[in-house]
Unconditional design. Sequence first.
Length: 122
Amino acid sequence: MKICITSRGNTLDAEVDPRFGRCAYFVVVDTETHAFEAIQNPNTEAAGGAGIQSGQLMVDKQVKAVITGNVGPNAFQTLQAAGIDVITGVAGSVKETVEKYNKNELKPTQGPSVNSRFGLPG
């Protein structure tokens, strides 16, 4: 199964990015093989709609879960509509997060964790 963890860097040792729509990288990991792809987020500087666009990227990558620090209402709705589990409140390394996910220590959230302006400067 493929899952995505928001990340500050492009390796499994990188820290989880607390933002979804404007995170630095999306690390897509196959939970069975541990093969991964780090995708630089094209939406970090978007004037608006970063969460929706990032959500659509997750749909295109066919992930089953998104794991991040926080997610806003637009991104949450986009992901939920696609049947993608959203797990928030996560910190630590990408590798540690995958291990926690595989041990069923992370549970999906039932709603957005921040407002729609989270992650924007100012």
